[in-house]
Ligand binder design. Structure first.
Ligand SMILES: [Zn+2]
Length: 351
């Protein structure tokens, strides 16, 4: 039985290198020519970058091959891997649908295609072969103009059967000058009944308290416990959950060493701030969710009890999980019942 909930995974960064390489080869993509073999491609695709901006460049590589026609191909393989290798029961998949529309069209024509892209992702996610409860988060993007971002908020609100929330993504160096605009978009999203998360306090450039009150969950947020711990009690009061993606910080250079996450977890637990452990870009990192868990245990950043608390928190803060506690509880209850029956039988045959 699948057991885990993944709250922060990008559709672009979730393509594992082997699947992307296979696709490029099958389609005789010119990119294949640049690499001598698969190992060279994997090395390029998964190596650490110097900054968040350099890291985000890789998304562009995947975005150009994720089109209306090819999205079902990638999503099927994503869900297959998530089910078989990661034991996911629940997955929120985030992406910027505008960036999957036809780049040869005008802005307004591309906006018209956004709904179609969201429906394609929705249909492709409903595979009965690998049953995982899924929903989409649409990412507003710092590289896109206000009108495009606002149109994506409208699509998110109109297609509530497929979309559970909005996010803000892209280079956080561009947040500052447009913060009023983004606050306005989040206010609008809330007025349309949408749930919210957002990449914030991920790097020193992304520390903008103005946006914090509009976020139900915070994408990363590690700079808060590291450098602004005085904000933690407010987060706890507002029941805002941090989506922590351990492998990301080493790939973007936000942290030098995974051990620096210990203070992040310790301060959040102490203040009563929930944490959901996530992968962010499992494909780019070549690290699946159970390995994120294992790494945190191996490096003594968290205990098994704390890991369980984070896994419970992920289901509690999931935007589209409507089935009560995490699925492991079902097994737990079944086992309790079985033991109860066993004990009653044993008692009845004893003299
Ligand atoms: Zn992210």
């Amino acid at each position: 039985m699948a057991l885990y909930a993944e709250l922060h995974r990008h559709l672009g960064g979730s393509v594992v290198p082997r699947i992307l390489w296979g696709y490029l080869q099958k389609n005789h993509h010119p990119l294949v020519e640049q690499f001598s073999d698969y190992a060279a491609f994997e090395g390029f695709y998964t190596r650490p970058r110097n900054s968040l901006e350099e890291y985000l460049e890789l998304h562009k590589l995947v975005e150009q091959v994720q089109t209306a026609e090819t999205l079902p191909y990638f999503i099927y393989r994503l869900l297959r891997g998530a089910y078989v290798f990661e034991n996911l029961a629940y997955l929120e998949l985030r992406y910027t649908p505008y960036l999957r529309t036809d780049a040869n069209l005008s802005q307004s024509e591309r906006i018209d295609q956004v709904e179609k892209i969201v429906e394609i992702v929705h249909q492709a996610s409903r595979t009965v072969e690998y049953p995982i409860v899924t929903s989409q988060i649409l990412c507003l993007h710092t590289a896109l103009p206000y009108d495009v971002n606002r149109a994506m908020v409208d699509v998110a609100a109109n297609l509530s059967h497929a979309v559970c929330a909005i996010d803000l993504a892209g280079s956080d160096r561009l947040y500052g000058e447009r913060m009023d605009e983004f606050v306005d978009l989040y206010r609008y999203a809330q007025s349309r009944g949408l749930k919210t998360t957002g990449h914030l306090y991920e790097t020193p450039n992304g520390c903008h308290p103005d946006l914090l009150p509009y976020l139900m969950r915070i994408g990363h947020g590690i700079q808060i416990p590291l450098h602004y711990p005085e904000r933690l009690p407010e987060l706890a009061r507002n029941q805002q959950c941090l989506e922590i993606c351990p492998s990301t910080y080493l790939k973007t250079g936000a942290l030098d060493d995974i051990s620096q996450l210990k203070v992040v977890f310790d301060r959040c637990f102490e203040a009563g701030v929930d944490i959901a452990i996530c992968t962010d870009n499992a494909g780019l990192h070549n690290v699946r969710l159970p390995f994120e868990y294992e790494n945190l245990l191996t490096f003594d950043i968290i205990s098994f009890e704390q890991l369980q608390a984070c896994q419970d928190a992920a289901f509690r803060h999931a935007f589209a999980w409507r089935y009560g506690p995490r699925p492991a509880t079902l097994l737990h209850d079944l086992l309790q019942d079985q033991r109860g029956v066993g004990n009653r039988l044993t008692a009845s045959v004893l003299p």
